[in-house]
Each structure stands twice: as C-alpha cells, then as structure tokens.
Design a protein around this ligand. Structure first.
Ligand SMILES: Nc1ncnc2c1ncn2[C@@H]1O[C@H](COP(=O)(O)OP(=O)(O)OP(=O)(O)O)[C@@H](O)[C@H]1O
Length: 279
C-alpha cells in the first residue's frame, strides 16, 4: 500500500485520532471523583425516543459494563458521549468543567474520550508498531508521523502499550496477518497511545475465541484505575468476568437505566430477567 493510500485510509476512518484535531483548552476536573455525567438526556429519531431521560455517572478509574436488549439505546448513548449524536435535552459533562454538548467529535476525542467500535479498524498494510506509531498523540501531520523518528519517551510509551496488549513479540507483524482478537487488542492499543481518560468499548469480544475473551477481560480490567472504561457487551459470561463481585453493571432498557448494581443484584432483578436475561 502506498503512503498516499495509507493517508487516504487514515482520513476515512470512523476514528477521530487526536493528531487530527485542534488542541482543547478546557481542563479536566474530577474533584468529585466522577468522570462522566449524563443527566436527563433524551433523543428522538422521527418521534421515537431512543434515549429517554437517561442519567448515568461514571467514576474516575471505574470499569463499567453496560448491558441491555437490542434497541435499548446503548449505541446511541455512546454516540451522544462522543458527539456523533446531539441529544434533544439534557446535560453531558466530562469532569465538572467540560461540557460535551458544546463540543464536536474531534474536540471530544482531544479532551480524552476514545471509542473502540465493534469491528476492528486497524491499518492492515502497516505493522503493529506502525499502527501504534500512527495513533500516537500529538499535533504532527500524518505524513510526518509515518516518516519521523520517535523520541525516547514515545518509544517507552509504545513499548508499554505493546506489552499491555500482548503484542510485544509481534511489533513487525503486518496488522492484516493478526488474528481477530489480536486486531481488537491492537486497536485498543491505538486508542491507548492517545492516553484517553475515558475509553468506550463496543462489544469487544464478538467473534473471539474463549482464550481471546479471557485475555481481553484481563486487558480491560488492567486499564481500570488509570482510565475509566465503559464496555457495552451482550456476552454475559464476559460481563460476569469483567464485573467480578464488586463492579457496577448498568442495564439499559428503552433508553433509560432499568437497573444498576453489582452483577449478582442485576442478575436477580426481576425486571432485568423479564426484559433481558430471560430472553
Ligand atoms: N439514526 C437513527 N434513526 C432512527 N432510529 C434510530 C437511529 N439510531 C438509533 N435508532 C433507533 O433507536 C433505538 C436504539 O438504538 P441503539 O442502536 O442505540 O440500541 P442498542 O442498545 O445499541 O442496540 P443493539 O444492542 O442492537 O446494538 C433503536 O430502536 C434504533 O432503531
């Protein structure tokens, strides 16, 4: 693949890489330990309320699983957080000072919100290393990044991410030759290169082997603390392994929170069993 077509591919991604975006000036403030506030959010499509007075709070460093039946509004909620969809009413704050509803998609990505879509969208013709290099935060132009030497600090970050995503033995492998699971991890690594404070992950284990699922659960739980991670997932075994005994799970239904609590509480909630788990 030529450099020109790689650049064209980069510019055509669903991703909003921070190196493509203007610098944001607002400072993140998490004094109250809450990283994301969604309050009274509603959005309708052609008169149908996809999100209906939704309230959701994600703590700083928390790993939260969001579950719910098809059409519950999970994707629309992610679209609102990332600026892809504008709500009709409500408020969305990143920390206490950054009003997400005043910002467009690139500005939200720049402020520290990364999103991983369900399908892996790595650059197949580049190596693992080059994919990570390309995704590195900074305001350099794409062409410069591909040809430039990285400094020591950037190299350390890249090595750290390679280790985290379990690809440190394969830096020179073409991304197109990786397994499905490895591609998903590489894409998570690409998001991590931008050092997001909040990572939104949509159905990460669809199509993965059991072994890959276990590894993905380890990866996502290892990110919690330094990052807040919101995972939308249908696979209940995977949700159970992510949530463990203590983490909070949110159940969405008809655009609002139907139940929220520890996995055990949610699983035994009569309403949740009726609309979702009993399916
Ligand atoms: N752009 C749109 N125009 C019209 N209707 C939409 C649009 N986006 C979403 N919807 C509708 O809003 C509802 C919520 O959809 P959404 O994709 O957010 O649900 P979901 O919980 O992510 O579902 P799934 O688990 O199937 O991915 C659905 O009924 C969907 O058809």
């Amino acid at each position: 693949m030529s450099l020109q077509s790689t650049v064209a591919e980069v510019l055509d991604r669903e991703h909003v890489f921070s190196f493509m975006t203007p610098q944001s000036t607002a400072k993140l403030n998490v004094d109250k330990n809450v990283l994301l506030y969604l309050e009274g959010i509603s959005v309708s499509f052609d008169g149908f309320k996809a999100i209906n007075d939704l309230n959701l709070y994600i703590n700083d460093g928390e790993l939260r699983c969001i579950i719910g039946p098809n059409g519950a509004g999970k994707t629309t909620m992610m679209d609102i957080i990332t600026g892809k969809t504008r709500p009709d009413t409500g408020a969305a704050w990143f920390g206490q000072t950054i009003n997400l509803l005043d910002m467009d998609e690139p500005a939200i990505a720049q402020a520290g919100i990364g999103r991983k879509f369900q399908k892996p969208t790595v650059f197949e013709f580049l190596t693992v290393f080059e994919n990570l290099e390309l995704a590195m935060a900074g305001d350099r132009a794409v062409l410069k990044i591909l040809g430039a030497r990285i400094n020591g600090e950037q190299r350390d970050r890249l090595d750290e991410v390679l280790e985290l995503i379990g690809l440190k033995e394969l830096p020179h492998m073409r991304a197109g030759s990786l397994s499905h699971g490895q591609k998903q991890w590489l894409e998570i690594g690409m998001l991590l290169m931008q050092q997001p404070r909040l990572l939104l992950v949509d159905e990460p284990v669809a199509g993965m082997t059991h072994q890959e699922m276990d590894r993905t659960a380890e990866l996502l739980t290892s990110l919690a603390g330094k990052h807040s991670v919101v995972v939308v997932e249908h696979d209940m075994d995977f949700v159970r392994s992510l949530a463990g005994k203590d983490r909070t799970v949110t159940v969405l239904h008809q655009g609002s929170v139907l139940a929220e609590g520890r996995m055990e509480q949610v699983q035994n909630n009569r309403k949740v069993v009726e609309v979702y788990l009993g399916e």
